[in-house]
Design a protein around this ligand. Structure first.
Ligand code: KG4
Ligand code: ZN
Length: 367
């Protein structure tokens, strides 16, 4: 009984399952909107399986989810010290993401919910990312999010649960994709983001003059494709590359991304103020790329210049996890506004009214 709070009878535990990409994750969360507690959080990463391919292979990911999901969910329940009889809702990501993995997680969750006699709650993966600061920091609505991960790069005005306005986003690659491709080009280990950040520490950010694409264009759309080409040309021109050359290219690339994000996050905060009629009290960075300390610094500067607070959830809750799925379900259950028919979908934009952005990511515009 030790995990039950005073209001536990109205607020049973929520089990959340995440399988949309290369993390097989499950978590038990309890509490209410803005005051929830993570009781257990188990993440099994498939990075090792995809490393030699330099990116996530959908078929391998789906099979691996199928082989691990039972164990991961079992561990999440065991760590929480709760049996299935104490779970009030079973949630799973039903999109956007890779269909094979989504099918494994959603089917498993539906079967579990049916056997426990509780509702299944379908969750939008992007919504789970953008609601995370309410789980980790208990922040109130509204706020402005920079969602920067392997499949996304967008700025979003978060007004309420289910009420999102996309302020701008990438017109070509996702933010993490730019890091992963740069790393691959330079022969650095997958996933590229941490490798590039590590190499950049020894490098000179001013040696190569890489462009900050769309910097001069108004608004807060992003672009990374031109930057990737500039990195490739610099590498070809400088080859054969010494370790110092690689470090300098990484530092110069990261500096260009930081300059771009500082400017565009500033533009996003301005767009938020104009469209919402009030300044955003908080800028939040979520997604794996938000782990980058140089980029966090750039986003902090953009926020501080406008008197806006900057929040970034702990790294483990920035990258894909089950706690954010359980928490998003908890918000939806509490608002009595469960969305989606439970069928999995590869695309599921947060702001359905926003026009599709060109290209937008290797996984076919997750956003
Ligand atoms: O959010 P995430 O774990 O998965 C998705 O939903 O996509 O993000 C993974 C992405 C990868 O592209 C990875 O290279 C990038 O986040 N990443 C980073 C860093 N750590 C992870 N990018 C830049 N700097 C980092 N330190
Ligand atoms: Zn994600």
């Amino acid at each position: 009984m030790e995990h039950r709070g005073a209001t536990a009878s109205e607020e049973p535990f929520v089990l959340g399952i995440e399988t949309s990409c290369d993390e097989c994750a499950a978590s038990v969360v309890e509490g209410g909107p803005g005051r929830a507690r993570i009781v257990s959080n188990v993440v099994w990463s498939q990075i090792d399986l995809h490393e030699e391919f330099g990116g996530v292979v959908p078929e391998i990911a789906a099979r691996a989810h199928l082989e691990t999901i039972n164990r991961v969910v079992g561990e999440a329940l065991a760590e929480a010290g709760v049996g299935l009889d104490r779970i009030g809702h079973v949630a799973a990501t039903t999109g956007p993401g890779l269909l094979g993995g989504l099918l494994v997680g959603a089917t498993f969750a539906k079967a579990l919910a049916a056997s426990a006699g509780v509702p299944f709650v379908p969750v939008n993966h992007l919504e789970a990312h953008v609601l995370t600061p309410r789980l980790t920091d208990g922040i109130g609505f509204p706020y402005c999010v920079a969602l920067l991960s392997g499949g996304h790069a967008q700025f979003i005005a978060v007004r309420d649960v289910g009420d999102y306005r996309r302020l701008g986003g990438t017109i070509d690659d996702a933010a993490g994709e730019a890091f992963d491709k740069t790393a691959k080009l330079l022969g650095l280990a997958y996933p590229g983001g941490p490798s590039v950040e590590r190499a950049a520490r020894e490098g000179d950010p001013k040696r190569f003059d890489f462009p900050a694409p769309l910097a001069k264009r108004a608004g807060c759309d992003l672009s990374f494709a031109g930057l990737k080409t500039a990195v490739r040309l610099a590498a070809q021109k400088t080859a054969p590359l010494t370790d110092q050359d690689v470090a300098d290219i990484c530092a110069s690339f990261q500096d260009a991304v930081a300059r771009l994000l500082e400017r565009k996050a500033g533009a996003a905060l301005d767009a938020f103020r104009d469209s919402e009629g009030e300044a955003a009290p908080t800028l939040v960075a979520v997604g794996g790329v938000a782990a980058n300390l140089v980029l966090r610094g750039a986003l902090t500067r953009a926020a501080e210049a406008r008197g806006v607070a900057f929040v970034a959830p702990p790294l483990a809750l920035c990258t894909d996890n089950g706690a954010m799925i359980a928490y998003a379900a908890l918000e939806r259950v509490s608002a009595q506004s469960i969305e989606g028919d439970g069928r999995v979908r590869s695309r599921w934009p947060l702001d359905a009214s926003a026009a599709p952005l060109l290209g937008a990511g290797k996984r076919g515009a997750k956003g």
